[in-house]
Design a protein around this ligand. Sequence first.
Ligand SMILES: Nc1ncnc2c1ncn2[C@@H]1O[C@H](COP(=O)(O)OP(=O)(O)OP(=O)(O)O)[C@@H](O)[C@H]1O
Ligand SMILES: [Mg+2]
Length: 151
Amino acid sequence: MKYRATVSDEKQMVALGSCLGRGLASGSIVYLEGDLGSGKTAFARGVLEGLDCPDWIVSPTYTLVEEYQVALCKVYHLDLYRLDDPQEVEGMGIRDWQDGQSILLIEWPEKGFGRLPHPQWRVQISYLESGRAVLLEGPPTVGVLEAFVSS
Ligand SMILES: Nc1ncnc2c1ncn2[C@@H]1O[C@H](COP(=O)(O)OP(=O)(O)OP(=O)(O)O)[C@@H](O)[C@H]1O
Ligand SMILES: [Mg+2]
C-alpha cells in the first residue's frame, strides 16, 4: 500500500511519524530514506512518540544506534550514515535485535545494503521547493494512515 503526504515543517513531520507509530506492529523494520537533513530523524521521533515513548529522543548520528523501551516492545533507532562498508552492520549486533519483537527504525539503509533485513515499511522523504514530500510504503493499515492513501 502507498501513502503520500506533503509536510511543510518539522512539527508536521513529527505528526506524520506519530501516525505511523500508533499503528506500528512489534517486529516491524522501517527504512527511512532521504537526503541529508530531509527529516528522517524528525519522522523517527514521531514514530517513537506514537509508540508512547517516555524518553527524550536524540539522533543516533554519532552513536549509530539508540535503544528505547516502549510498552509494546524495544525500539532500535539506527543511523548508518557513518558506515564505511555494509559489512560493519554485522558488528553492530543487528542479528540480536532481529528477535521478531523489536522495532527497527533505520536511517540511511542504503549504507547497509545487502546486510539488513527486508523492511515492512519504506519511508522516502524528498525535498520540495517548500516543505517535504513523503512516500510511505507498507502493509494496509487500519485507520491512522488512511487519510494519506494514494493509488
Ligand atoms: N518539512 C520539514 N520536515 C522535516 N524537517 C524540516 C522540514 N522543514 C525544515 N526542516 C528542518 O530540517 C531538519 C531535518 O533534520 P533531521 O535531523 O530530521 O533530518 P535527517 O534526514 O535525519 O538528517 P540526517 O541525514 O543528517 O540524519 C531540521 O532542522 C528541521 O527543522
Ligand atoms: Mg537523522
